[in-house]
Design a protein around this ligand. Structure first.
Ligand SMILES: Nc1ncnc2c1ncn2[C@@H]1O[C@H](COP(=O)(O)OP(=O)(O)OP(=O)(O)O)[C@@H](O)[C@H]1O
Ligand SMILES: [Mg+2]
Length: 263
């Protein structure tokens, strides 16, 4: 991400405007002396070497979230530290859990190492059990919702086909009513959770570029749309797996994706 991306997509810059359609989240500024420890590869942050006031803020936040929190920095969750959690669920119950995830996640530490000019924060969010089939990534091009992809890709869910027109309609309306124009970019992705009959809600925003995981779509087919003027009114494409492709083809599809993104 470039500096402007880090600014625009930092949760500190969008949460206030969208909190009525997000999971309850508490944003806590991380003191510079704690960041310095994360930046030092030899050092770990723990209950002993961390400022008392910061620890107190984390404890209070955990209490407000019923001692069950999902954590992120301004941009990323420590998904690469998932294997250190019970049941791979990335749930934080104690302050030590939070430090453990942050210490073990390379993607989080990488942000602390590279981003300049954006104050670092920790986002504690109410932990909920999200069904993988309910997670969608919306692709926004020139302020229009053009693509909808499941994030659990490539997994076959029979109800996607049965409910496809309803998924398209519900997510289009959600985008138009709640997101369009309100986000300060024209091209981006927005991650939502939606399962009928619940209302959709937002998990995250992110940049749209060649590094973005587009799941069912490829950058090759999305990139040309960025350069063209958008048609006035066009329905988004919801792409999902229409048949159960079996475990071997699934491995194959994931390998193709990995290859496309390693170049
Ligand atoms: N509040 C929550 N409770 C439980 N699980 C959650 C919560 N929020 C997110 N998750 C799970 O963690 C996954 C990763 O979260 P999220 O998409 O916010 O991470 P990210 O680092 O922004 O990912 P990406 O780099 O793909 O944008 C989600 O797909 C979802 O399955
Ligand atoms: Mg994200």
């Amino acid at each position: 991400m470039v500096t402007q991306d880090f600014r625009d997509f930092s949760i500190t810059n969008w949460y206030e405007n969208f909190k009525h359609i997000c999971l309850k989240s508490l944003l806590i500024e991380i003191p510079p002396e704690v960041i310095e420890k994360f930046q030092d590869d030899e050092e770990e942050v723990n209950s002993q070497n961390c400022p008392e006031q910061f620890k107190e803020q984390l404890r209070n936040a955990l209490n407000l979230l019923n001692k069950s929190a999902f954590i992120k920095n301004n941009w990323h969750a420590p998904t690469d530290a998932r294997m250190f959690s019970f049941d791979n669920n990335l749930k934080a119950v104690t302050v030590d859990d939070i430090f453990m995830y942050l210490n073990s996640s390379l993607c989080i530490r990488d942000d602390f190492d590279t981003v300049k000019g954006v104050p670092f924060c920790l986002c504690l969010r109410k932990w909920i059990n999200i069904h993988p089939a309910a997670e969608f990534r919306l692709i926004i091009i020139n302020n229009m919702l053009r693509g909808i992809t499941p994030r659990d890709w490539p997994t076959y869910y029979v109800h996607y086909k049965e409910e496809s027109s309803q998924i398209i309609e519900e997510l289009s309306n959600f985008y138009i009513e709640n997101v369009k124009i309100r986000f300060p970019r024209q091209n981006y992705i927005v991650d939502v959770v939606y399962s009928y009959p619940d209302k959709p809600y937002i998990l995250d925003f992110g940049p749209l570029n060649s590094k973005t995981n587009l799941y069912a779509f490829t950058w090759k087919e999305i990139q040309p749309l960025l350069l063209k003027e958008s048609p006035e009114d066009v329905a988004p494409v919801f792409r999902y797996l229409e048949n159960d492709i079996g475990i071997m083809s699934k491995a194959d599809a994931l390998r193709k994706f990995a290859n496309a993104h390693s170049t």
